[in-house]
Design a protein around this ligand. Structure first.
Ligand SMILES: Nc1ncnc2c1ncn2[C@@H]1O[C@H](COP(=O)(O)OP(=O)(O)O)[C@@H](O)[C@H]1O
Ligand SMILES: [Mg+2]
Length: 283
C-alpha cells in the first residue's frame, strides 16, 4: 500500500534543482558476453550540461538507454535525484517500501510504477524520431495525453512547447510531412512538454542542416539556463564545445576522459582524447 498520495508535479518540484541529478556507480552492460559499457563512476550534478563523445560503438547510446531506464544494467547502480532537500523517495515515485532510501530504480522497493515516474522526469530525443499519423500538436501532446492531464491544460502546454521550439505556427500540420529539422524540433517539444528535470539527447542534431542545428542549440541553451540537466551524445565537437560544461569521452565502453570541456578541447586530456579532438581517430 502506498503511504502517501502525491502527484507527479510534487516529484518534479522536488527534483527541480538537485545537487546531484544522477550518479552511475559501477554501471555495466553486456551484449553477447561483451561489455558495451563498463563505467567506474559518473556523477552528474544538477544543472550540468554533459557531452558524451567517442567513436562509434563506444557505448554512448547504451549509457543513455540505461540512464533513461529503457534497459536494465547487468550490474552497478543508477542513483537519481539526490537533491539538496533529500533524495526523491521510492514512495514518492510510486515504489512500495524503503521510504527515503536513495534511489536505485532497479533495486529493492522499486517497481515499474516508480521507474515510470522517474522516466517521466526525463526527456529523451534520439537521432531518428518517429512521428505518428496526425497533427504536430497531437504528436507533441502524446506523452501528456497518457497521463490524465485535462484537455485545456494539454492545449496550453502543447502551445508552450511548440513556441519553445519555434513551431507554434505548425500545430495543425500533418506531422508525417515535416522536414528532418522540423521533426527533430517537434521531438524536442514532445520531450519538453513533460517539463523534464533531465534531458537526454542522442545525436539529436545529426544530419540536420546548419540552420536547424543552430535553432536546436539555442533551445538546448534555453533549457540549460532554466536549470535543466542535459546529457548529450554528439559527434559534433563544435557543438560539445559550445554547449557542454564537461565532457565524458568513452572508449570501448570505458571512461577515457571525464572532466571540464575546456580541458578536453585544449588538448590537456589523455592522448586518445587529443587524437579524437584532432580528428585523427576514425569514427
Ligand atoms: N541491442 C544490442 N544488441 C547487441 N549489441 C549491442 C546492442 N546495442 C549495442 N550493442 C553493441 O554495444 C556496443 C556499444 O554500442 P552503442 O552504445 O550503440 O555505441 P555508440 O552509441 O557509442 O555508437 C557496440 O559494440 C554495439 O554493437
Ligand atoms: Mg549511438
Amino acid at each position: 500500500m502506498r503511504a502517501a498520495t502525491r502527484n507527479p508535479g510534487d516529484v518534479l518540484e522536488a527534483a527541480a534543482a538537485p545537487a546531484m541529478a544522477l550518479a552511475c556507480v559501477g554501471l555495466r552492460k553486456e551484449y553477447a558476453g561483451r561489455a558495451a559499457l563498463d563505467l567506474d563512476r559518473l556523477d552528474v550534478p544538477g544543472r550540468e550540461t554533459l557531452a558524451v563523445v567517442g567513436p562509434s560503438g563506444a557505448g554512448k547510446s547504451t549509457l543513455l538507454r540505461l540512464i533513461a531506464l529503457l534497459e536494465r544494467p547487468d550490474s552497478g547502480e543508477l542513483r537519481f535525484g539526490l537533491s539538496a532537500a533529500g533524495p526523491i523517495s521510492a514512495e514518492a515515485a510510486g515504489g512500495s517500501t524503503a521510504t527515503g532510501a536513495p534511489v536505485d530504480p532497479w533495486g529493492n522497493g522499486w517497481g515499474e510504477a516508480g521507474r515510470v515516474t522517474l522516466r517521466r522526469q526525463m526527456g529523451f530525443v534520439t537521432q531518428k524520431t518517429v512521428m505518428f499519423t496526425g497533427t504536430v500538436a497531437e504528436n507533441v501532446a502524446y506523452g501528456l495525453g497518457l497521463r490524465g492531464v485535462p484537455a485545456d491544460e494539454v492545449r496550453r502546454r502543447v502551445g508552450e512547447a511548440l513556441e519553445t521550439v519555434g513551431l507554434e505556427h505548425a500545430a495543425g500540420w500533418p506531422a508525417r510531412f515535416l522536414s528532418g529539422g522540423e521533426a527533430q524540433r517537434v521531438a524536442l517539444a514532445r520531450a519538453l512538454i513533460g517539463r523534464p528535470s533531465i534531458i537526454l539527447l542522442d545525436e539529436a542534431t545529426a544530419n540536420l542542416d546548419p540552420a536547424n542545428v543552430g535553432i536546436i542549440e539555442r533551445i538546448i541553451t534555453g533549457q540549460r539556463q532554466r536549470g535543466t540537466t542535459i546529457i548529450m551524445v554528439t559527434h559534433n565537437l563544435g557543438q560539445a564545445r559550445r554547449l557542454a560544461d564537461r565532457v565524458l569521452f568513452l572508449w570501448e565502453g570505458r571512461t577515457e576522459y571525464l572532466g571540464p570541456a575546456v580541458g578536453f578541447f585544449s588538448g590537456s586530456g589523455v592522448p586518445r582524447a587529443r587524437a579524437f579532438v584532432a580528428g585523427e581517430l576514425v569514427y
